[in-house]
Design a protein around this ligand. Structure first.
Ligand code: ZN
Length: 466
């Protein structure tokens, strides 16, 4: 076991961009018992305990992590002098020193975490077994909303920040976040903080769709077969997107192969309702490949047993007839039915095969079986654009110098606007095209800059948000 420390400084800082930071450590069951009964009353008259419990509840209610509040005081320094291994109980309180050693200059509070290493070298994520928060009692404290009133510190926002360290978050330097290293005007959990906690405990991070809907990206986004299972835990509440007046969570997964899937959604508190919808490279729904279920599972649970084509899918979790929200579980098991992914394809008038509606992420290969076009091997992918969209296409290869093309296809497969890219900046072999596409049929593809070259490549398509 070892201990780590986090500090908070007094200086104000500003914010922008996005991306939480995690310390890589975690509570094994996604929850922590916390002794919350800090004695004393703030100058404004509210007990410290009340504000501390509000901070605990904020993390519990807004993230996948759970604080279990214990209505007792536990001296955070108890056991700290015995080889610094603590007492296995997490507490918080005020002290003039950080359990014997001086607080550093400008340090508001400190969180001490006891970790159990996963291996002898203590590399990789470690399990957190105890945390203690010590607030610097040599400073002036109160509980208040609004801007920071230096030199009087707001106890509650510092508690929120330290509890972020408790559950495994590190400082966030760029985004608007309570986890910024310096106490400032932010006094509530920000989306970046919530995303960070959910990433540690739910295994999801977040992106956005062109419809403006947040899309959750599980740690495992690529289902490669032959047999996979994935569990997702989530909560539906008033902060979610809305579909038919009901809250909605969306998760994105890609199946590399045609698969037989069993997709279940269960909840103890509401009627679970599931949607599975295939999306194409431009985040448009693929016609005829949306599936829905509400009550095929046990009780009110939803269950889809479905053969699906390889591709990228959104799993939508929402509410059926009864209930207003709460926690739910999604369990997916997938079995590969065909490793030759049945992407629809046809032979173009140029004699080159065209694959229709590929995944947004393509692991491809130029090989000697491919058709040649102008003495180069070539792979072509077709997709439809139904409403204007700014699209970015990236081709990456370490095997050959990629040439990337994108064009709209007119009647009789004649080419409209053609965009070609061979990005040789710095001698690299990758290529990128970013373009605003109007509705129509498009081909994108990969070939090599030099004739007769083969090798693996990755082709990825992403929607660029305005
Ligand atoms: Zn900190």
């Amino acid at each position: 076991m070892y201990r780590i420390c986090f500090f908070c400084l007094l200086i104000l800082s500003s914010s922008s961009a996005n991306a939480f930071e995690t310390a890589g450590n975690f509570w094994s069951n996604g929850q922590a018992d916390f002794y919350a009964a800090i004695p004393g009353i703030s100058p404004s008259g509210e007990p410290w305990q009340t504000a501390f419990e509000r901070a605990l509840a904020a993390w519990t209610q807004n993230t996948a992590f759970n604080f279990v509040t214990i209505d007792e005081f536990r001296d955070p320094c108890l056991g700290q002098d015995t080889a610094a291994l603590g007492d296995r109980m997490s507490g918080a309180g005020f002290a003039e020193t950080q359990c014997g050693s001086e607080f550093g200059e400008n340090v508001l509070a400190i969180t001490l975490s006891t970790l159990t290493c996963a291996n002898v070298d203590c590399t990789g994520p470690a399990e957190i077994t105890e945390t203690d928060i010590i607030f610097n009692d040599t400073l002036q404290w109160d509980i208040y909303d609004g801007p920071l009133q230096n030199p009087v510190q707001d106890f509650e926002r510092v508690a929120l920040h330290e509890l972020g360290h408790v559950l495994g978050l590190d400082h966030e330097f760029t985004s608007s976040a309570i986890m910024q290293p310096f106490a400032g005007d932010i006094n509530t959990l920000q989306q970046d903080d919530i995303n960070g906690a959910n990433f540690i405990y739910n295994g999801v991070s977040q992106t956005q769709s062109i419809y403006g809907i947040p899309i959750q990206l599980p740690i495992t986004q690529q289902i490669a077969g032959p047999q996979n299972s994935i569990q997702i835990r989530g909560t539906l509440d008033g902060s979610d997107s809305v579909l038919n007046d009901k809250p909605l969570d969306i998760y994105q997964l890609s199946f590399e192969n045609d698969s037989l899937i069993t997709l279940g959604m269960s909840s103890n508190v509401f009627d679970a309702s599931l949607i599975l919808a295939r999306v194409d490279s431009t985040q448009q729904l693929v016609v005829g490949q949306t599936f829905q279920d509400e009550n095929s599972g046990t009780g009110n649970d939803a269950l889809l047993e479905q053969e699906i084509q390889a591709g990228t899918y959104w799993i939508g979790a929402t509410i059926g007839d009864s209930g207003s929200g709460g926690s739910y579980a999604i369990d997916l098991s997938a079995t590969t039915t065909s490793t030759a992914a049945s992407f629809e394809s046809f032979t173009s008038v140029y004699g080159v095969e065209v694959e229709v509606n590929p995944n947004p992420q393509i692991a491809g290969e130029l090989n000697s079986q491919d058709s040649r076009f102008d003495n180069r091997f070539i792979d072509i992918y077709q997709f439809e654009v139904t409403s204007p969209v700014e699209l970015r296409v990236d081709a990456r290869s370490s095997a050959f110098d990629t040439q990337l093309f994108l064009f709209n296809v007119l009647e009789n497969q004649e080419f409209g606007d053609v965009q070609l890219q061979n990005d040789d900046n710095g001698g690299g072999t990758n290529s990128t095209i970013q373009s605003l596409l109007q509705p129509g049929t498009y081909w994108m593809g990969v070939t090599s800059f030099f004739p007769n070259t083969t090798g693996n490549y990755d082709l990825s398509v992403s929607v660029v948000l305005p």
